[in-house]
Structure formats: structure tokens, C-alpha cells
Design a protein around this ligand. Structure first.
Ligand SMILES: NC(=O)CC[C@H](N)C(=O)O
Length: 313
């Protein structure tokens, strides 16, 4: 069976499912997204792409953008980043504050909100708010064949700013431990704008393909980061990419993955495929309900889990 046929099977299976999770409602524009949307895109190692459903419709990638912020921060300051954020799973919700007090304002990892806010603060110190936003766009846009609607949605960023009290609390709290260097408004501004990156599954699978190859984009041949940074990012995706559901994602799907509250997930089969899925309804952990199930199905059909011993046969 071809990959395209497998994707069509998966989309067929989920088309009429009524239990689709709940769209994120704490960021007003995300609350209006149609929960029946479903798209999937797979880029293979040779750059070939397969898509199904709403794979060309742009959505808010939210926390998936933390991958790109982290890529830039590692390239900017290297290992110095790890003095300000750790490399360990948190076992708590994406927006949790509880560990910060007993751990002196040092977040567990760069994929929970507190950690991503530190990454944003690093980028603000290094580039300034405006230039850092441009750096993020300049990182992702050249990695896809068609980047014209990859934008930062200012309305999403603004509306999140107006309701983002929890993120403001996290930054303020870390500042009391001197783990935020800039005025909190600046760090938050970059964070909200980064989260408001908008692209389709088709584009996201192409943009993420530099992780699949271990550092370069298979479409353009362009080197994106170092192999060490790509490996670090994927290890963190495996351990922390789905917050307090990262363990069950690793068991069910077995691929490094990163979710966002817009309902997207980017998952990487190293050396094999870069996969993006979008279904806006979320489970209780804030990860796409059907997106996770679709990835689980894909791996059952292809054997792509990194924990499969099939390649040893
Ligand atoms: N998990 C997510 O996608 C969270 C991102 C969102 N912008 C927030 O900070 O709450």
C-alpha cells in the first residue's frame, strides 16, 4: 500500500468520529476554529510529499513554534542555554508554575511554557524583539517550497497577550530569580508572536524536515542547524514534547513529537519522514486528540516507531 493510500485510510477512519476533543478556548481566535478540520502531510527522506484532507489550510502552530525558537537560541548561545533551562521532563501541565519555586526559577525544559519563555528571553537579549521575530520567519520560510502564507498572525498574538495572565505570572516569577533578563513585556511579546506563527501541515512537514535528516532541509539542501542541536531537540521532543502526556505519546506513537494548542503536531521519524497532523480538538493534556490517534495509526501501518526493531531483521 502506498503512503498516500495509508493517509487516505486514516483520514477516512476519522472523518465521522464525533468525539474530537475540545478546541482551545483561552485564546479567543482559536476558539472559533472548525473542530471537523483534519489534515496530514508526510515528507519522506527524498523530499517527496504526501498529503490528505485539510493539509494545505493554515493554522496556528502555537507551541510547535518552540522547536524553532529553541533552534535559534541554541545556534545563538549554545550550551550556555542549559544554565537557564534544564533538559528534563516535567510531568506537569504545559502552563504549570509549581516546580518553579522549589527549583529556583529554572524551568525543567524548553518545551513547557516557562522554559519557552526563557528561550524567548534569550532571543530578546541576543536580537531584540523585532529582529528575533524576523529571525524566526527567516528560519522557517526558506525551508518550504511555498512560504507565502507563513506569517505571524498579529491578531492571535494580541489576543493572547490580553488573556495571557498565566504566562505573565511565569515570566514575573522567573524574574524574581534573575532568570529573565529583559522587561517582561518584551519577553512576552516575542513569545506570543512566536506562538502565533501560522502555517499548513504541508508547510510544517517541510519546515520540520531538517530534524528528520539530522540538520539539513531535503528540499533545498540547506544546512539549518548542527547535527548535535537537531539530536538535542528531538530528544527533548521525545521526553517533553507532549508535557504530562509525553510518556504515553512515546509508547503509543514512538516518535519525537511536538504539539500545540492549535491542534497541530509535528512528529519526526529520524532518517525516514517528517509528519505534520492537524485536528483542532484537544485532549485533557492540551494535545490534539485525533492528531495523536492519527500518528498512532500511521506508525502501526508503517512501523516507523524509533522503538521498533524492524530495521534489525
Ligand atoms: N501548548 C501550547 O501550544 C501553549 C501555547 C500558548 N501560546 C500558551 O502559551 O499558552
Amino acid at each position: 500500500m502506498t503512503l498516500t493510500a495509508i493517509l487516505e485510510d486514516i483520514a477516512d477512519e476519522f472523518r465521522d468520529v464525533s468525539e474530537r476533543g475540545v478546541v482551545a478556548n483561552y485564546i479567543p481566535p482559536l476558539a472559533c476554529v472548525d473542530p471537523t478540520k483534519f489534515g496530514m502531510a508526510v515528507v519522506e527522506a527524498d523530499g517527496q510529499i504526501h498529503t490528505v484532507g485539510d493539509a494545505d489550510e493554515a493554522f496556528s502552530i502555537q507551541s510547535i513554534s518552540k522547536i524553532f525558537g529553541l533552534t535559534l537560541a541554541l545556534d545563538a548561545i549554545g550550551d550556555a542555554l542549559w544554565t537557564r533551562v534544564r533538559q528534563e521532563p516535567s510531568g506537569s501541565a504545559f502552563n504549570s508554575i509549581v516546580q518553579l519555586e522549589s527549583e529556583y526559577g529554572i524551568p525543567r525544559n524548553p518545551f513547557i511554557n516557562a522554559g519557552a519563555l526563557v528561550v524567548s528571553d534569550v532571543l530578546v537579549s541576543h536580537y531584540g524583539v523585532q529582529e528575533a521575530q524576523q529571525k524566526i520567519l527567516d528560519l522557517v520560510r526558506p525551508l518550504t517550497r511555498d512560504a507565502k502564507n507563513i506569517v505571524i498572525d498579529r491578531n492571535v498574538a494580541l489576543q493572547e497577550k490580553e488573556t495571557g495572565f498565566r504566562n505573565a505570572a511565569l515570566v514575573n516569577y522567573m524574574r524574581t530569580y534573575n532568570n529573565i533578563e529583559n522587561p517582561i513585556e518584551k519577553t512576552l511579546e516575542l513569545y506570543f508572536h512566536q506562538c502565533a506563527l501560522t502555517m499548513s501541515c504541508h508547510q510544517l512537514a517541510e519546515v520540520g524536515a531538517y530534524l528528520m535528516t539530522g540538520s539539513w532541509n531535503p528540499i533545498t539542501g540547506r544546512q539549518v542547524t548542527s547535527t548535535l542541536h537537531a539530536r538535542t531537540i528531538m530528544a527533548l521532543m521525545m521526553m517533553c514534547g507532549h508535557y504530562d502526556a509525553s510518556g504515553s505519546f512515546a509508547i503509543r506513537v514512538g516518535l519525537p513529537g511536538k504539539s500545540g494548542v492549535g491542534g497541530g503536531i509535528l512528529a519526526i521519524a529520524p532518517g525516514v519522514a517528517s509528519v505534520a497532523v492537524w485536528s483542532p480538538g484537544l485532549n485533557e493534556y492540551g494535545n490534539s486528540l485525533l492528531g495523536t490517534r492519527a500518528l498512532e495509526r500511521l506508525v502501526q501501518r508503517t512501523g516507523w516507531s524509533v522503538f521498533n526493531a524492524y530495521h534489525m531483521k
